[in-house]
Design a binder for this molecule. Sequence first.
Ligand SMILES: Nc1ncnc2c1ncn2[C@@H]1O[C@H](COP(=O)(O)OP(=O)(O)OP(=O)(O)O)[C@@H](O)[C@H]1O
Length: 273
Amino acid sequence: MSVATSESGSAASTTQPVLELTGIGKHFGAVQALADVDFRVQAGEVVALVGDNGAGKSTLVKIMSGVYQADSGTMRVEGREVHVHSPSAAQSLGIATVFQDLALCDNLDVVANLFLGSELGAKAWMDEVAMEKESWRLLRELGAKIPTVRIPVASLSGGQRQTVAIARSLVGNPKVVMLDEPTAALGVAQTAEVLNLVERLREQRLGVVLISHNMADVQAVADRIVVLRLGRNEAEFRTVDVTTEQLVAAITGASDNVVAERNARRDTSRGQE
Ligand SMILES: Nc1ncnc2c1ncn2[C@@H]1O[C@H](COP(=O)(O)OP(=O)(O)OP(=O)(O)O)[C@@H](O)[C@H]1O
């Protein structure tokens, strides 16, 4: 298993977060989805947000992306307190989100998907040729393997579609990109491709929030891992300092479960080799 050893993780702890949430609470009727949750990400840092089903990850991401409003707590972008009332407010603050459904238009080509919704905004001056050039620039920056930008996205692979969705999130030059389960539906090679994209985003000094159930992916690319459990902060680790079983224990709230035991046995037998 590869473990990220990026220096950005340690450097990050001394600088101001690009995005910081403090004391976040959110309930839906009688359900307390989040209680007193703190979360932060620095520029050039990949933070994984993990937790079991119902832990509150999606709710927290939707608060950061302006889909939901928190009942309590504060949110800061580069130290300045902000109120994010809508997804477009989040976007103009530099917070981009790639949701699991990707929200691509299958019948449109890559260029059209990248600029969908932006044509009337800052990019109104762009003609087709300029948009195509800008598409290639964005995809090149990500090291993306897309053969042509003039094919409908329906004919792309799952990894390529994820790439287009991530590239689209970069059109407004965001400071933070949140990726919701970006590898959930992908095979091994395509997962590796998407994890490379995450590395590229970090290289570009973006703050990256990665929501994932896949511990191997998380441990491969994250600098820091934040564990939510039952709507609260359960644990936080620097990736270099944590084992899979410690992560599983934090996620499940128990160290004596079968996954932790199996991993401990495996680690012990490796140690004896
Ligand atoms: N729109 C909603 N209405 C009512 N309850 C909700 C709503 N959204 C989330 N919840 C509840 O809030 C809690 C946190 O859910 P959330 O979807 O944020 O968890 P999660 O960690 O993203 O889970 P998963 O990994 O299954 O997506 C759960 O108890 C869930 O049932």
